[in-house]
Design a protein around this ligand. Structure first.
Ligand SMILES: CC(C)(COP(=O)(O)OP(=O)(O)OC[C@H]1O[C@@H](n2cnc3c(N)ncnc32)[C@H](O)[C@@H]1OP(=O)(O)O)[C@@H](O)C(=O)NCCC(=O)NCCS
Length: 145
């Protein structure tokens, strides 16, 4: 999704609904400026419903940070989050990225573990809830479609 596009705006709303509203928070509009240099990915249904989204911060040396992973609440548990992450990993690996990490919510650790991410270090608090850093080295196998 292009930054500022209609799809991006829909994803912004999904993120607000899934990631912030349950915590009584709102997405900080000041975050948007930084997102111009990030990349934004989404999964849509055949009916053009936004199912899931995730953003990525490109870093030096083939590294990237994933952030803002959210699946539409009525579509969670259907394999769509995993499908989106696998597609993004495949694309990034084909572009030469070799290492991904994220600050995972403690409640989502199992989701990322199933995708091969490993937790590192001590838990810490972000947006009022416990998180842990998780990372994965992309193998050449990640480049398969
Ligand atoms: C966490 C989230 C991204 C997972 O996406 P999803 O589409 O619901 O998950 P999937 O259906 O693709 O699940 C894939 C596998 O991970 C498991 N899984 C999914 N969410 C999990 C969780 N929170 N904890 C442990 N395992 C989980 C599923 O059981 C499934 O396992 P299986 O392959 O053995 O059946 C999604 O539920 C979500 O948006 N949750 C709220 C926001 C959030 O926590 N975002 C992550 C911020 S770091």
């Amino acid at each position: 999704m292009t930054f500022g596009s209609e799809a991006y705006e829909r994803a912004w709303l999904l993120r607000q609904t899934v990631l912030r509203a349950p915590l009584g928070l709102t997405l900080d509009i000041s975050e948007r400026a930084a997102e111009a240099s990030h990349r934004h990915f989404a999964l849509f249904t055949d009916n053009d419903e936004l199912a899931a989204c995730v953003s990525m911060v490109p870093l030096p040396d083939g590294q990237a940070k994933l952030r803002q992973m959210a699946v539409n609440e009525i579509m969670q548990g259907m394999g769509l989050g995993q499908k989106l992450i696998r597609s993004v990993e495949s694309l990034l690996a084909s572009e030469g990225f070799c290492y991904l990490y994220m600050h995972a919510r403690q409640s989502a650790i199992g989701f990322y573990q199933k995708l091969g991410y490993r937790a590192e270090g001590e838990p810490f608090t972000e947006i009022t809830i416990p998180h842990v850093r998780m990372s994965k080295t992309l193998s050449t196998a990640s480049r398969q479609p």
